[in-house]
Design a binder for this molecule. Structure first.
Ligand SMILES: [Zn+2]
Length: 172
């Protein structure tokens, strides 16, 4: 399957319930509580690069979540603003990762800690964007998620970063 790394999945653009990426690989880098997590092959390669470079700056990330199936998304769906409806989550396409550190987890304070700041400044170098920035909630329709990184490839990530725009604005 030829992957479209710019595939837009959001509240208006769902992905079909039976969509499962055929390039999922198990994450062999640290995950929270040694969870078994899968993401698309290219995303894992790029994340490895990000992870190793962060380590050199004494930043150690843990993967909290990666690929999530439609059914799993159905189970965890509680609230429109916090979790995506099944079929509307980027996690279903295998191109999104939630990364943080154990004591902080997936909470907003990550954004002002060295780890969150590092991610915001450097993720694009490895092909990732901070998908739900603090000042773009009116566009993404998501709360600020400093931990949710989305793979779009280096070329596009750099452009998005330099223009300070979201994927929605970029594809518009
Ligand atoms: Zn996420």
């Amino acid at each position: 399957m030829e992957r479209n790394y710019l595939l837009l999945v959001n509240k208006e653009n769902p992905v079909s319930s039976d969509f499962v990426p055929d390039d999922l690989k198990k994450v062999y880098l640290p995950t929270i509580l040694n969870k078994e997590i899968y993401i698309s092959e290219q995303v894992l390669k790029s994340y490895e690069e990000l992870y190793l470079n962060a380590l050199e700056d004494n930043i150690k990330f843990y993967v909290f979540s990666g690929y999530r199936s439609f059914n799993y998304q159905e189970e965890i769906f509680t609230n429109e603003y916090i979790t995506a409806r099944p079929g509307h989550s980027e996690h279903q396409i295998g191109l999104a990762l939630d990364v943080s550190i154990p004591d902080v987890g997936l909470t907003e304070p990550l954004g002002s800690l060295p780890e969150g700041i590092w991610l915001e400044k450097n993720a694009h170098k490895y092909g990732f964007i901070i998908r739900y920035p603090e000042d773009k909630q009116h566009i993404t329709k998501y709360i600020y998620e400093p931990w949710h990184i989305r793979y779009v490839g280096k070329h596009h990530a750099k452009k998005l970063y330099e223009k300070n725009i979201t994927l929605e604005e970029y594809l518009d």
